[in-house]
Design a protein. Structure first.
Length: 338
């Protein structure tokens, strides 16, 4: 039976997507180098779905390893999650981001082409819009980037467009994520960053559970209602279902499409802290600190194209996001090592 390859398959978004794919009847194969993930996450997916996800430990930059994977499995499409994704870290280690994200994806596409696998769902990011002038952001907004992470995603969007133009047999969905948060409602899988979290929700959760003393809020002098950054937070299960819808779309439609996956609503950092604290009845101490390099004031989506093309829209609200995030953190205070 044809298999969907998930690169970075043990990661946060990939594991939730694996559940959606399995529940829809797809066969899934995960590939991961575990630079920022744990194999236990896929074992938990197996618990939720009642069958284990086969796993290959490999790096997308290892062309020989990818050759073996494509030779040994009947892969029909790739959902490509493997990538470094911390904005701050990317400003400190730009070469690592260009090597892993850009060179790794080029290697992956080269191997896919050799094996005639030309169906790709690509994890892009709202960072490709840079410091957008108009909200909400539509897919035809000007693209730029304010940090090396965003630059790597933007480069790959151009590379994939060139690839598809050179060979119309390629079917590519570029998914521009906004800010995924939350966890599977079982509490068995969730966001489990190595070291200090780079994203807001796991940091809030770790403070709430007592792992960290307080949250650092990066800047309160942005041109927003309360001075803190505004983002479009989307429940990870909604994001995961967007990948399923994108894959089903590609099975029917040739070409390349770029689509926002967001809710269309922005929340500030202080609003997120208050919602988490109020809904979960838990204290979240925080301190305002200096702005972080590469951050912007606000960013939220116009998600109407995803509804038009995929029949997809976000179904879960802020209450679901913070409740599910807290359930995961409480049940797994030390992540998958709990």
């Amino acid at each position: 039976m044809p298999v969907i390859l998930l690169t970075g398959g043990a990661g946060y978004i990939a594991t939730h997507t694996a559940i959606c794919l399995l529940e829809a009847g797809f066969e899934v194969l995960a590939l991961d180098n575990f630079s920022n993930s744990q194999p236990q996450a896929l074992e938990r997916v197996g618990q939720i779905c009642g069958r284990q996800v086969p796993l290959v430990k490999a790096d997308i930059r290892d062309e020989a390893a990818l050759e073996r994977v494509f030779s040994e499995h009947q892969i029909s499409a790739v959902v490509h999650f493997a990538g470094l994704k911390a904005v701050g870290e990317s400003t400190e280690q730009p070469l690592a981001y260009y090597d892993n994200n850009v060179a790794g994806t080029v290697t992956l596409c080269r191997v896919m082409a050799r094996h005639g696998v030309k169906q790709l769902v690509f994890s892009s990011s709202a960072t490709v819009y840079g410091d957008a002038r108009q909200m909400p952001i539509r897919e035809d907004a000007p693209r730029s980037a304010t940090n090396p992470y965003g630059q790597s995603k933007l480069m790959l969007e151009y590379i994939l467009a060139d690839l598809q133009a050179s060979d119309p047999a390629w079917r590519i969905a570029v998914l521009r994520y906004f800010n995924p948060v939350g966890a599977h409602p079982s509490g068995l899988i969730g966001e489990n960053p190595n070291g200090v979290p780079n994203n807001l929700m796991p940091f809030i959760s770790q403070v709430a559970v007592g792992k960290r003393a307080q949250l650092a809020v990066f800047g309160d002098d942005y041109a927003t209602a309360d001075g803190t950054g505004v983002r479009d937070y989307i429940h990870v299960m909604d994001l995961a279902s967007g990948h399923l819808k994108a894959l089903q779309y590609l099975q029917q439609q040739p070409g390349l499409v770029a689509v926002n996956l967001g809710t269309g609503r922005g929340y500030s950092v202080l609003e997120m802290i208050k919602a988490f604290s109020d809904i979960n009845q838990v204290a979240v101490p925080y301190q305002i600190v200096a702005r972080r390099p590469g951050d912007i004031a606000e960013c939220y989506a116009d998600p109407s194209l995803a509804l038009e093309l995929f029949g997809w829209k976000a179904e879960r609200g802020l209450e679901d996001m913070v409740r599910d995030a807290w359930r995961w953190q409480q049940q797994n205070p030390d992540g998958y090592c709990s």
